[in-house]
Write a protein of this length. Sequence first.
Length: 221
Amino acid sequence: MTSPSGTSARGAVLSYIGLRRSVGIIGIGLPFVLAIGNLLLTGEGPRSSVSSYYYTGMRDVFVGSLCAVGVFLFCYRYEQPDDRLGNLAGVAAIGVALFPTRPEGPASTAQAVVGWVHLAFAVVFFASLAWFCLLLFTRDDGTRTARKSARNAVYRACGIVILACLALAVLNWLVVPVELARVLRPLFWLESAAIVAFGVAWFVKGDTVLRDRPGLTPPAA
C-alpha cells in the first residue's frame, strides 16, 4: 500500500516529467506545424522567420504554442536554479508570442519598436534554453551511467546548436544581402533548428528516450 507521502512524491515526479515531455513535443513539432499548415492554407513556402507566421493564418498556433511553452516553463519546479531559469524562459516565451516581430515590408514606428522588444525576448528565450541544455540538464547526483553520459551528449549537442544558430542569425543580419535572404530564408531555418534542438533536449530530459534501465544504476561513490 502506498503511503500518502509516497503518492505525493510520485505525483511530483510525474508532474515535472510530464512538463518536460510537453515542452519537448511542442518544440519539436512547432516549426513543421507552422510551415506545413501555412503551405496547406496559402500554398506558400517557408517564410522569412518562424516568428513571421504571426502574420498568417497560423497565428493562433504560433501564439498558443509559445504561450503554452511559457506556462509550462513557468510552472516547472525542480531545483532552485531550474525554477529561476524556467521563470525567465517562460516570461520570454510569452513575450515572443505577445510582441510580434516586424511584418515583412514597410512597418510603422510602433511595429518597429514592438519588433525590437520581440527580438530582445527571443534572445533571452534561446539563451535560457541553451543554459538549460549545457549547464542544468548535464548535472548528476554523483552517479554516472552509460545512458546518462549519452543523454549529456545530446544535451550538449542541443545547447551548441542553439548557440550556433543565435550566432549565425546575427551573422545573417549583418552580412547576408536582403535579396538573398528573401530567397534562402536563412533565419527561418536557423530558428527552426534552434527550436527543434530545444525540443529534443526537453524530450530526452522527460525520460522518453535514453532513460536508465531499472536496477542498472551503479551505487553512488
